[in-house]
Design a protein around this ligand. Structure first.
Ligand SMILES: Nc1ncnc2c1ncn2[C@@H]1O[C@H](COP(=O)(O)OP(=O)(O)OP(=O)(O)O)[C@@H](O)[C@H]1O
Ligand SMILES: [Mg+2]
Length: 218
């Protein structure tokens, strides 16, 4: 058993089911990566550069414009750059030989859809809940990379505004990269969620508005 970097697995990581599980990749997006993202070569290369430079990304665009696909592809790209593997003996299948050393990456990257995050947070309100609201925020604020998919699709309340701000602000202060996607642009977020959230999203790194039309209805 030895330690190696994941660079030699470039373009392959998205095919390993053990990683889908570890990263909580939704079934529809399992197996998708930047390799099968068509058009917008410039967009993909600037996104890759942002990941290499440890920058955050705000991806906005209409339904079906490919935000979730790109965000998941970028998790694998991040893993190609930063993952360290313990490699098992070579008689085993390649996919079984991949044992990530998550201590070396500062934990597991996390993917969460915004309304689900708020459901998780709400579920802590009951007296019998094992986790507290702050433990959940802490868990997502510490992940070495966080994809927060579809912000603005949750029911926006003063409480959700505050939790979102706390989470993003913690990651902003800790300089940890976050990929945020939304159907809405920054001005909607300023007006309907929080000015400070919108300004942090811009300041944290790259802002991209995907112009492509809905792929689901072709
Ligand atoms: N440029 C692209 N190349 C290849 N497949 C794409 C591209 N854009 C979108 N798709 C595919 O189209 C479908 C819809 O994309 P996706 O779910 O990423 O859109 P979205 O922007 O997240 O939409 P929503 O706002 O509704 O969540 C997915 O199956 C995705 O893989
Ligand atoms: Mg989506």
């Amino acid at each position: 058993m030895w330690i190696s970097e994941a660079k030699h697995l470039q373009g392959k990581l998205h095919t390993f089911p053990s990683l889908w599980q570890a990263l909580a990749i939704p079934k529809r997006f399992q197996g998708k990566s930047l390799n099968d993202y068509e058009d917008n070569e410039n967009v993909v290369s600037s996104l890759k550069k942002a990941i290499e430079e440890n920058k955050s990304i705000f991806l906005s665009g209409g339904c079906g414009s490919g935000k979730t696909h790109l965000a998941i592809g970028l998790i694998y790209y991040w893993l190609e750059k930063f993952l360290v593997l313990r490699t098992e003996p070579s008689y085993m299948e390649e996919s079984e030989r991949i044992v990530p050393d998550w201590n070396k990456t500062g934990g597991v990257p996390k993917f969460v859809v915004s309304p689900e995050l708020f459901m998780q947070l709400k579920s802590t309100f009951g007296e019998r809940s094992e986790e507290s609201e702050s433990t959940i925020i802490e868990k997502y604020s510490r992940a070495p990379l966080l994809v927060l998919d579809d912000i603005g699709s949750e029911k926006v309340t003063d409480w959700s505004r505050m939790d979102l701000y706390i989470l993003i602000n913690k990651r902003y202060n800790a300089m940890l990269p976050t990929i945020v996607t939304s159907n809405y642009g920054r001005s909607w977020i300023s007006e309907n969620i929080d000015d400070r959230l919108s300004s942090r999203l811009s300041e944290m790194g790259l802002v991209i508005n995907l112009k492509s039309t809905d792929r689901r209805v072709r």
